[in-house]
Design a protein around this ligand. Structure first.
Ligand code: ZN
Length: 191
């Protein structure tokens, strides 16, 4: 199956031009009125989530701290690598001195999405564990995208539900101070 890539046209990366998005028929008012379909492009953070195998990867763990035993609220604690499951690669992931996840502007986290088939073009989101294919030498795509000060998304879920154009993305990464990336919740608002 052809790997699908997703690109935010709003991100001014110098790759192929996206078609100019049509005026959005979907509005926040329509969204709040439950009039638009929203697809969650996020894998659940669990031991079953996909991840790129590597030396820095340790398994996801979750410990229950309180389970209403004594009338207290339930609480847990978890441990997870930044680049685990559906996650955000901050610019600094691909180049020293670039923005960490907490410093990416919110203006960059919302935008139209275009789904394209895998090509040599650069990209912002993939449904696999890395923007670089497993047979790549090094991490050229990381260098191109992150190196230009942009982020990308890895291990997106359910991308088959996206139309080729017309969807809008809401990208909400966890705000780790100095983080090279982190878990991200990604919503696609369908046209
Ligand atoms: Zn990553």
């Amino acid at each position: 199956m052809v790997k699908t890539l997703l690109r935010l046209c709003a991100v001014p990366v110098a790759f192929t031009a996206c078609a100019a998005p049509a005026p959005p028929p979907n509005t926040l008012a329509a969204l709040f009125a439950d009039g638009l379909e929203v697809v969650d492009l996020t894998h659940t953070v669990s031991a079953d989530a996909p991840f790129w195998p590597g030396p820095a990867v340790s398994p996801f763990s979750y410990d229950t701290l309180s389970a209403h035993d004594d009338g207290a609220p339930s609480m847990g604690a978890y441990s997870v690598p930044e680049h685990f499951g559906t996650h955000f690669d901050a610019p600094v992931h691909g180049g020293a001195g670039l923005a960490s996840v907490d410093l990416v502007s919110t203006k960059e986290l919302f935008g139209p999405a275009v789904v394209i088939d895998v090509t040599a073009q650069a990209l912002v989101g993939v449904d696999t564990g890395s923007v670089d294919p497993g047979n790549a030498q090094g991490f050229p795509a990381h260098g191109v995208v992150n190196g230009s000060g942009r982020f990308h998304l890895e291990n997106l879920a359910d991308m088959s539900r996206l139309p080729e154009s017309g969807a809008y993305l809401i990208v909400a990464p966890i705000k780790i101070q100095g983080g090279s990336g982190g878990q991200v919740r990604v919503f696609a608002v369908l046209p």
